[in-house]
Design a protein around this ligand. Structure first.
Ligand code: IVH
Length: 708
């Protein structure tokens, strides 16, 4: 048993199988902590990894629950609580810069009542704070309505009419520098023309991919056997963060402006361009006159009835628009009044997002099954009477875990409201108690694995019950399915169904066994034809040559190592042996790798069973190496001398390796012979000396551009 624990590395060893009686306060505290960490995780999935697991509405439900608990127990509000933050997080590998004026997010409303509430709060605040005698409360009656574009917020900065920098929103205070990427966006003006009044103009808006370009991109990705994107927003995010600007340019993004940050006009007393644009409407016209694209649907709304009508109209025409939107935004039209209302810690009081409700439908819960994942996590699944939601038939929904299940108190036979938002797994959002049949029973979470029947455990601080039997066939199957799935090696010809059958009949027990499966083995299964069997074997053989190190690492299913971390590891190590030999300390020097991930990686490679499987895979010819750039390829760096200084976003060795592969020679000190000095943060004497000698300095991004 002790050996089995080592597979999970960081799990404490006292299963909490029987819960002692808890007080309400204890339960609330637990729930609050759970909500905080869940919301943080979802924030990261959404903003940083572009890979959301839950819908916006589900997120909002959790968020509001946390706000309510924090209001009840203000002593538990901590600085790091998601309620105190804007959302995103700065990615570690792009250069960063601070916003001169913070980029806020928006609070959401979902109904006319919530919108009225928002208006009322604004009125109350205005009465209290209005310092301008001449500003009548009537200014609160006119709102500018915009579609809420579903892309990524960006700030594009112009100095004396020239585009000098572009930033993502990041955490609101600090964003990632995306200047080169933004310069490839065709509808972003590079120069604003002569004789303009501002010394500096920060234009804010949304970077988007049009639906048709998104579809084309995915088709191309499929052809190239590359990762496809779940939706236009993810595609836009992935494209914008591309260091290779040729790819960015090829993928066609667009920018729609919706506001400004700092506007510096010499002699003007403010930094918002108020002298130039008094209302939101004037501002939008001004931006359009400067050559920025703005959404055509925007308009002024007087009453909240008009606001509701705008929301309904946009929801109705949503599918016919060339871009995705997920709601509408209302902004107070008078910009002086906007300043009076100003901001809370998170969001403006003068603007709000009215989110579209995600697509929902009622249906009956027929059964609750429990699935075993590849790490042994038991996930309850709702088996539903099939129902069509927004054109897609839904017959299953996730119930997440025991706590969520208990909170919903969903029972077999219940009529439930199912929600499908984007591409995430459908969710049950509520139970219609009025339709609950008599004699329903509360669902009792199984205390054993439904497949191998070994005891399940729920460790302290975790939400999941797990089967900890590493021989559990369900875990094996899921592990092998993961190995060949899109998230792993993406081996198209190996179907899930056949993997299940091969494991069931004992022919395959791990990923290595797959490579020994013959056409004859496969043809023994009913329903398997010659063509499919050949494809199965061929695609595995092909993977031996095409698998990249990053895909291979992701395919292993190491706990806490997803695609992103796999990429990081693949950049830092030569091959699997090199990674297996790395110390936990070395692993932790990599971006995104903390002690938990490092321990999990270590634990994985310590397992004798895993070592055997890896050795066999190698023997069969699956042993990808880090992708090396051939030195023969001419780059702008070939034959040049280079040196790195200051704090960089990745370990220096990583940059040095890239430079060497591109044909550059590393020098150890600044001299006349140095062609380039790449400068990170807090660069000191080397930078000074380089400037004195006239040596060309490069930012990380400029260096990345030269690598191409
Ligand atoms: S205004 C202070 N207008 O929504 C005002 N935002 O949750 C801040 N968004 O990060 C933003 N369309 O990326 C505004 N017409 C629009 C928008 C919009 C989309 C996004 C924006 C922001 C997020 C806020």
């Amino acid at each position: 048993m002790a050996e089995q624990y080592s597979l999970f590395g960081d799990i404490p060893k006292n299963p909490q199988e029987q819960k002692p009686a808890e007080t309400k306060q204890e339960r609330d505290e637990k729930r609050l902590n759970f909500l905080k960490s869940e919301l943080k995780r979802h924030n990261r999935l959404y903003h940083t990894l572009d890979n959301p697991e839950i819908s916006d509405q589900e997120y909002d439900r959790l968020f509001k629950e946390l706000v309510a608990l924090e209001e009840q127990y203000p002593q538990w509000v901590t600085k790091d609580s998601p309620t105190q933050k804007i959302g995103g997080e700065v990615l570690p590998y792009l250069e960063k810069a601070r916003h001169r004026l913070r980029m806020y997010g928006l609070d959401n409303v979902f109904s006319a009542e919530e919108y009225e509430d928002f208006l009322q709060k604004g009125r109350n605040y205005f009465i209290k704070e209005n310092p301008y005698r001449d500003l009548s409360a009537a200014v609160l009656d006119t709102w500018w309505a915009d579609p809420k574009l579903d892309g990524l917020a960006a700030e594009i900065i112009y100095e004396n009419g020239e585009l000098v920098m572009a930033l993502t929103r990041g955490d609101g205070d600090e964003g990632e520098v995306i200047t080169s990427a933004v310069k490839t966006i065709r509808n972003v003006p590079r120069h604003l023309g002569q004789g303009l009044p501002f010394a500096r103009l920060e234009v804010r808006g949304e970077v988007l991919m049009l639906k048709r370009d998104f579809e084309k991109l995915n088709e191309k990705q499929k052809l190239l056997k590359q990762k496809t994107f779940a939706n236009p927003r993810n595609a836009a995010a992935g494209t914008l963060r591309q260091l290779d600007t040729r790819i960015t340019a090829e993928r066609r993004l667009i920018f729609l402006a919706y506001g400004v940050g700092q506007v510096l006009i010499p002699e003007a007393a403010d930094e918002n361009g108020l002298t130039l644009w008094k209302t939101q409407q004037e501002l939008m016209q001004g931006l359009a006159d400067l050559g920025f694209a703005v959404s055509k649907e925007s308009c002024l709304c007087g009453t909240s009835k008009e606001a509701l009508a705008f929301c309904e109209k946009m929801e109705a025409i949503r599918d016919g628009l060339p871009y995705e939107l997920d709601g509408v935004v209302y902004k107070l039209n008078d910009r002086t009044a906007q300043q009076v209302l100003s901001f809370t810690a998170r969001a403006p009081r003068f603007a709000v997002a009215w989110k579209f409700s995600s697509r929902k439908a009622e249906t009956v819960l027929k059964a609750i099954t429990v699935q075993v994942g590849r790490t042994g996590v038991l996930t309850p699944v709702a088996e539903l009477e099939p129902v069509s939601i927004g054109g897609v038939t839904v017959s299953r929904a996730t119930l997440h875990n025991e706590d969520e299940l208990r909170n919903l108190d969903v029972r077999i036979g219940d009529t439930v409201l199912v929600q499908r938002a984007g591409d995430v797994i459908p969710d049950i959002i509520s139970v219609n108690l009025e339709k609950r049949p008599e004699n329903t029973q509360e669902f009792v979470f199984p205390k054993e694995c439904p497949v191998c029947h070994s005891k399940a455990v729920r460790y302290k601080g975790e939400t999941a019950w797990r089967c900890v039997n590493i021989d559990c066939p369900a875990q094996r199957v899921q592990g092998i399915i993961h190995f060949v799935s899109k998230a792993g090696l993406d081996i198209g010809g190996v179907g899930e169904k056949w993997v299940e059958k091969l494991v069931e009949n004992g022919r395959v027990q791990n990923a290595a066994d797959l490579f020994t499966v013959t056409i004859k083995d496969l043809l023994a299964f009913e329903g398997m034809g010659d063509v499919s069997a050949q494809k199965f074997v061929d695609s595995l053989n092909e993977a031996k040559h095409t698998a990249t190190l990053a895909r291979f690492i992701a395919a292993l299913g190491i706990r806490l190592v997803g695609e992103q971390t796999a990429k990081t590891l693949a950049q830092a190590f030569e091959n699997i042996d090199d990674l297996a030999g790395a110390s936990a300390e070395k692993l932790q020097t990599l971006p995104d790798v903390g002690p938990e991930v490092a321990n999990s990686v270590k634990a994985y490679f310590q397992s004798e069973e895993k070592q055997n499987v890896l050795a066999r895979l190698k023997e069969y010819g699956l042993n990808p190496q880090r992708e090396e750039r051939s030195v023969q390829v001419q780059t702008a760096l070939t034959g040049k001398t280079i040196l790195f200084t200051g704090t960089l976003s990745k370990p220096r060795q990583e940059f040095e390796r890239q430079a060497e592969q591109a044909g550059a020679k590393l020098l150890s000190a600044v001299s006349k012979n140095l062609d380039y000095l790449v400068v990170g943060e807090k660069a000191g004497s080397k930078l000074e000396k380089a400037q004195k000698l006239g040596v060309r300095t490069l930012t990380e991004q400029e260096f990345a551009a030269l690598l191409q």
